[in-house]
Design a protein around this ligand. Structure first.
Ligand code: ADP
Ligand code: MG
Length: 268
């Protein structure tokens, strides 16, 4: 039985920020791991052709492996493309291979090209229950990210505690509003995660304060510190929670996952 509260319906969360290197993938996989380790059933959808989330979760994603490309472009059933994360019970992954780089082009010729992921998830939910779907996005606002924004109900933005942290967030918010108005009325920014916080610098604290001013309700209390263990874990095909649970980075992501589960959807 789960130790974390189960939502009434699957919470579909997209982790987005079109800036690269801000901690999207790290946040997606480690929050997913934290939720699954709390006894919840979690699906990670890797929508980045780089396949970094697939790497961190230790699933096959060599070229030619059935994954997000086949689901989006060929209409392959999502349930048949899933892989189980070996180290974490209750965690499944829809992997991304480099083939997904061709999806932006492949999708142009398909019908309803923005709603392919949403349709695939709707079918999937009919015979597979999960509490959370966490979607990792590439660092761009193309068709892959658009599919993710249309499929999700909630958006989670990781913000790196660095110079120009809010740069690009304005554009992302504009995109969210466009999607909200046209393709997905339910999309709501519910969660902002401060990542790579460096307690030794004033800059990190200043950025954190600024972000808390902008997103008072959305920012998690838990801040993710910069930690070597977090950066190392993917090279072992692991999340930091399985790699070194006692590390500060793992503890922070675990707390962040608990916070997300306990806040629920109703807070906002
Ligand atoms: P994105 O998906 O937004 O491009 P990543 O999650 O891949 O960003 O993170 C970018 C880089 O920063 C990666 O090398 C990752 O290992 C590292 N990183 C992310 N979070 C942390 C952290 N809390 N401490 C140290 N390194 C981190
Ligand atoms: Mg990434």
């Amino acid at each position: 039985t789960p130790t974390l509260p189960q939502p009434d319906a699957p919470r579909v969360m997209v982790v987005a920020n079109q800036k690269g290197g801000v901690g999207k993938t790290t946040t997606a996989v480690n929050i997913a791991a934290g939720l699954a380790m709390g006894g919840l059933r979690v699906l990670v959808v890797d929508m980045d052709p780089q396949g970094n989330a697939s790497t961190a979760l230790g699933v096959d994603h060599e070229e030619g492996t059935t994954g997000a490309y086949e689901v989006l472009v060929d209409g392959h059933p999502l349930v048949d493309a899933l892989q189980r994360c070996a180290d974490i019970p209750g965690l499944w992954v829809l992997p991304a291979t480099i083939d997904l780089a061709g999806a932006e082009v492949g999708l142009v010729a398909t019908v309803s090209r923005e709603t392919r992921l949403r349709s695939a998830l709707d079918v999937f939910f009919r015979d597979f229950y999960v509490d959370y779907v966490i979607i990792d996005c590439p660092p761009s606002l193309g068709l892959l990210t658009l599919n993710a924004l249309v499929a999700a109900k909630e958006i989670m933005i990781p913000i790196q505690c660095e110079y120009y942290a809010l740069e690009g967030v304005t554009q992302l918010l504009r995109t969210i509003n466009l999607v909200k108005g046209r393709l997905n009325d339910e999309l709501t920014l519910t969660t902002v995660v401060l990542t790579m916080f460096d307690g030794r610098t004033n800059l990190s604290s200043q950025v954190a304060d600024e972000v808390r001013t902008h997103f008072a309700r959305e920012v998690l209390d838990t801040v993710i510190p910069r930690s070597v263990r977090v950066a190392e874990a993917p090279s072992y095909g692991q999340t930091v929670l399985t790699y070194q649970l006692a590390s500060v980075g793992a503890q922070a992501y675990h707390k962040a996952a608990v916070e997300i589960a306990e806040r629920g959807v109703g807070v906002h």
